[in-house]
Design a protein around this ligand. Structure first.
Ligand code: GLN
Length: 291
């Protein structure tokens, strides 16, 4: 590469889609020069230092090889927060923001209609398979009256989740525990809401070998079976850990609402409702432990 190329010519010589090239180059400018994204235009004749050029070239070629932008930047915006992400965790998806909104609306209802015996008590929320902590931390940020427990079986994921909690100043609201689904919990614990975005992609789904998914932890994406086995574990044990009238909200595939409704009915849950994401796909199903 010509070591004297300006930002303008780096961008015009790059084979990536222009929007992606700009995101990555803006990241280099921020990291090496603390410059804002607008410098791509206002200082387009600038020539990068050798270290910054090396960074740019490595980001460009890793992206050409398909690495997700979120892993290259090390961060991803989700709901009202920004999260640190890396190859040990699923990249938070925009459709999962629906799950957060469903839980926040339940918390609002619980807060507006406080039960006489529960006045002033915080809402207790359980997030199963928290990954980067995205769901638990987005809820904590928007609902300061909520207390959360978040589980994950992956130590790598919990390290990232804990780092995120610290960066966001939310450690006092969210407790992370290691283990599979409900396994690390005390049997006497009860929650007003259980929320989860478990791995629900079936093992033979071709999406697993396409795009960003190739780089994400497969245990966060697929159950290595029908896609429904984790949802089944989560839903079938929910009533043991929910308060009377408590809500469970799970994310699932666009074509899984029927079997998920079935699982909720078999588990004795009532008021089962399916919620659509912004693309109009069935994405979240909720049910309640009878009051
Ligand atoms: N929604 C993700 C996707 O389709 C999958 C996440 C999951 O399995 N929980 O890429």
């Amino acid at each position: 590469m010509d070591a004297t190329q300006s930002l303008k010519s780096l961008l015009s010589n790059c084979t990536l889609p222009a929007s992606e090239a700009r995101i990555l180059l803006a990241h280099v400018l921020e990291k090496h020069y603390q410059l804002p994204r607008s410098a791509l235009l206002s200082r387009d004749d600038m020539v990068l230092s050798p270290a910054a050029q090396e960074d740019w070239q490595s980001l460009e070629s890793r992206r050409i090889d398909g690495e997700p932008i979120a892993y290259l930047l090390g961060k991803k915006g989700f709901h009202d927060i920004e999260l640190i992400v890396g190859p040990g965790v699923l990249i938070p998806r925009p459709e999962t923001e629906l799950l957060v909104d469903v839980v926040l609306s339940e918390i609002r209802k619980l807060t507006e209609l406080p039960k006489p015996d529960k006045q002033g008590e915080p809402c207790k929320i359980l997030d199963l398979g928290t990954g980067s902590g995205a769901i638990a931390l987005a809820i904590a940020k928007s609902a300061p009256n909520a207390l959360l427990i978040a589980t994950d079986q992956s130590e790598d994921a919990l390290n990232i989740a804990q780092l995120n909690a610290k960066e966001l100043g939310l450690e006092h609201q969210v407790t992370f525990v290691q283990g599979s689904w409900y396994q690390p919990l005390d049997a006497a614990m009860r929650f007003d809401v259980i929320v989860s975005n478990p791995p629900y992609i079936a093992n033979l789904d071709p999406h697993l070998s396409q795009g960003d998914l190739r780089f994400e932890p497969s245990s966060a994406l697929t159950d290595f079976a029908s896609g429904l086995t984790c949802l089944e574990v989560i839903i079938s044990q929910a009533d043991q850990y929910l308060t009377l009238g408590g809500l469970i909200a799970v994310e699932h595939g666009f074509d899984q609402s029927e079997p998920v409704i079935q699982l909720m009915s078999s588990a004795g849950l009532t008021d089962v409702e399916v919620h659509q994401d912004l693309a109009g796909h069935d994405r979240v199903t909720t049910g309640r432990r009878p009051a």
